[in-house]
Design a protein around this ligand. Structure first.
Ligand code: 7RM
Length: 653
């Protein structure tokens, strides 16, 4: 990482001592029910990974040809389930067609305007087979890349699984990205076909996807064919011999398509994630290890049962949607709720209305959304019957304890365990998380590693640190769902993840482990502040700010400071009202009281919004530029709202 001081210990100053045991009624019925069972699984996976994973892979995956070797090669070149052949779409669909599940709802979908569709496993299978035949007919072969640039509609899942069915590699580009972002990703992946829609709905407005595709194709020559789903019905232009309507091709397609057997290590998908500088990284996942990882973690962490109604609010354009809307839940035969639009359309009660309407039992969302719910007020959830909920999840950022408590109290009604799940695009599946039937939770901690995950907190030279010492979060053993490369740049893959700490996978996050062995992730090490020689986590100062009753959200960054090395600049959005100087000094005092004089903010800046990625992560690198009065350099293609940056700059003038 760029910070030359990275690897020094990070001081942890956040104090949090609340602890919540799993409710007995939940614990009694949980998939993993005893601490001993967890310890046994975890120790076996650590001491005999080949034996553990071979058993899991044989038990859970349907093999067309069995594997001959469970793992071969040292990290990062480890290959899993070598010699085996399988198919990810068959794992998600065909397996469920033999028994009663064939007529179980796989996808319960709701569009933003309120239209709904339900697809059973059998219906989904049929659509997938037909679209697989469409892709073949368009010239897509095993190993080819297909870009999917679509709204959150069932056709997106159909297209993903159709690619998997014929061994094509999908590359999903989030529907909110620009034409340039689509072109860059098309070019990097050399995609042959792009699947899109005329448009999608977001806050009552149309997102014009086809228009962006037309623009992107001026700059990406590998793409030969475009398939367009009619979603909004708006008028678009269709290029002859290049553009085809989804429904025309599907009407003519055969509904029989045998799954193509592929190797365990066959590329399943590429997903681009923003690098801190320069071009996005194409994270590549392969078939057997990824599907096994998402399948098992869905069962362990979400305690999935056949009668659950499961809703993950992520967009499929983010890894959370790949793993926990599509592959993990469908491999388990779950009923998945899928929603197209915004949480505040037509009003701020939309999510709670959906939970009530479909009797959602498992709800998985992000801290950024939770902070928005808090800002909108408790009345919205209170107007709805949330009694169907039995488990809540969080992902994407450290969840600040105040947001955790609100989630627990107002949404979970103190009845539902919360699973704070730490993982990454690169890890493919959840790595560190409570097991809801057994793990006592502490607000703000993702608690303990899942079986097969061997993390550590280390210095830059790889020395393990003791309890409550902040350092670098690494993985000491390979795991089946880990990324295999950065597409087309294996050297960058090795440099980014495996050169920082010798012999380990380096996640890029700072963390500490407490006296109970619980992990507390403190954010990206690139974001760490260095104040008078003390390394502080921005997240901890942010958590202190958000615990003030008037604060909705905060982002903290360092800026060059003559005396302290780095000063602390806080961007703060308020729940109501405009901030004044009195509130600024109250907030400075509040942080000093919560953390100590060391963390005294040098600047408080009130802002109406913060620059975030589409998945809700604050882009602190851009705020650092503003705090230092610099122009922004580097990739901004993943930024959600460009106007926010301009506004923040103006507010300073
Ligand atoms: C799933 C996802 C990965 C980064 C990761 C962390 C942060 C994610 C948590 C978290 C603290 C969590 N993939 N992160 N989950 N930090 N607690 N539960 O988010 O590739 O988009 O981002 O997100 O910094 O490295 S991702």
């Amino acid at each position: 990482m760029s910070d030359p001081a990275a690897g020094q210990n990070i001081s942890s100053v956040l104090q949090e001592h609340r602890k919540f045991s799993p409710p007995p009624a939940f614990a009694e019925q949980a998939n993993i029910r005893s601490e001993e069972a967890y310890q046994e699984l975890w120790n076996r996976a650590k001491d005999d990974p080949a034996g553990f994973w071979a058993d899991q892979a044989r038990e859970n995956l349907t093999w067309i040809e069995p594997f001959t070797e469970t793992m071969s090669g040292e990290m990062p070149e480890t290959k899993w389930f070598v010699g085996g052949k399988l198919n990810a779409s068959a794992q998600c669909l065909d397996r469920h067609l033999d028994g009663w599940r064939r007529n179980k709802a796989a996808i319960v979908w709701e569009g933003e305007p309120g239209d709904t569709r339900t697809l059973t496993y059998q219906q989904l299978h049929r659509e997938v087979c037909r679209f697989a035949n469409v892709l073949k007919q368009l010239g897509v072969q095993t190993g080819d890349r297909v870009t999917l640039y679509m709204p959150m509609i069932p056709e997106l899942v159909v297209a993903m699984l159709a690619c998997a069915r014929i061994g094509a590699t999908h590359s999903i580009v989030f529907g909110g990205f620009s034409a340039d972002a689509v072109a860059d990703r098309n070019n990097d992946a050399q995609s042959k076909v792009i699947v899109t829609a005329d448009g999608g709905w977001r806050r009552g407005k149309e997102v014009e996807l086809k228009k962006a595709v037309d623009e992107s194709l001026k700059k990406s020559s590998s793409v030969k064919k475009v398939v367009v789903v009619r979603r909004t019905g708006s008028s678009i232009t269709m290029a002859p011999d290049r553009d085809y309507w989804w429904h025309d091709l599907m009407d003519a397609a055969d509904a029989d398509c045998d799954p193509t057997p592929v190797d365990s290590e066959h590329p399943l998908f590429i997903l681009y994630t923003s690098g801190s500088t320069g071009k996005p990284k194409g994270v590549l996942h392969t078939t057997a290890g990824y599907v096994l990882g998402t399948m098992l973690t869905t069962r362990w962490v979400f305690d999935l049962k056949d009668d659950d109604t499961y809703w993950c609010t992520a967009d499929i354009g983010w890894v959370t949607g790949h793993s926990y809307i599509c592959y993990g839940p469908l491999a388990n035969g779950a009923t998945v709720v899928m929603y197209e639009g915004a949480p505040n359309w037509p009003d701020e009660g939309r999510f709670w209305e959906i939970i009530e309407k479909y009797r959602v039992s498992i709800f998985y969302t992000a801290p950024t959304a939770i902070r928005a719910f808090i800002k909108w007020g408790d009345d919205w959830p209170r107007q709805h019957d949330l009694s169907s909920l039995r488990l809540l999840g969080s992902v994407g950022e450290p969840i600040n304890p105040e947001a955790w408590m609100w989630y627990h109290r107002v949404i979970g009604q103190e009845r539902c365990p919360i699973v704070d799940t730490w993982w990454q695009t690169e890890t493919g599946a959840i790595m560190i998380s409570p097991l809801p039937g057994i793990t006592p939770t502490k607000p703000g901690s993702c608690t303990r590693p899942l079986p097969g995950v061997v993390p550590d907190i280390v210095t830059k030279t790889g020395q393990s640190l003791g309890a409550n010492q902040g350092g670098l979060l690494v993985m000491r053993q390979p795991w089946p769902s880990m990324l295999r490369t950065l597409y087309g740049d294996h050297e960058r893959f090795r440099n980014t993840y495996f050169s920082e700490v010798p012999g380990c996978y380096f996640a890029g996050d700072g963390a500490r482990r407490d006296e109970d062995g619980y992990y507390w992730v403190m954010g990206r090490v690139d974001d760490v502040l260095n104040v008078s020689g003390h390394r502080l986590s921005t997240m901890e100062v942010e958590s202190a700010l958000v615990s003030h009753p008037q604060v909705a959200e905060a982002a903290v960054v360092g800026f060059p400071h003559d005396l302290k090395g780095e000063g602390i600049c806080c961007f703060v959005t308020l729940k109501q009202s405009d901030g004044d100087d009195q509130l600024k000094s109250d907030l400075v005092g509040h942080v000093r009281k919560q953390i100590g004089a060391l963390a005294t903010p040098d600047q408080i800046r009130f802002a109406n919004g913060l620059p975030k990625t589409r998945s809700g992560k604050i882009m602190r690198r851009l705020l650092r530029d503003i705090a230092a009065g610099r122009e922004s350099a580097g990739d901004t293609t993943t930024l959600e709202d460009y106007t926010i940056l301009a506004k923040l700059r103006q507010e300073e003038e």
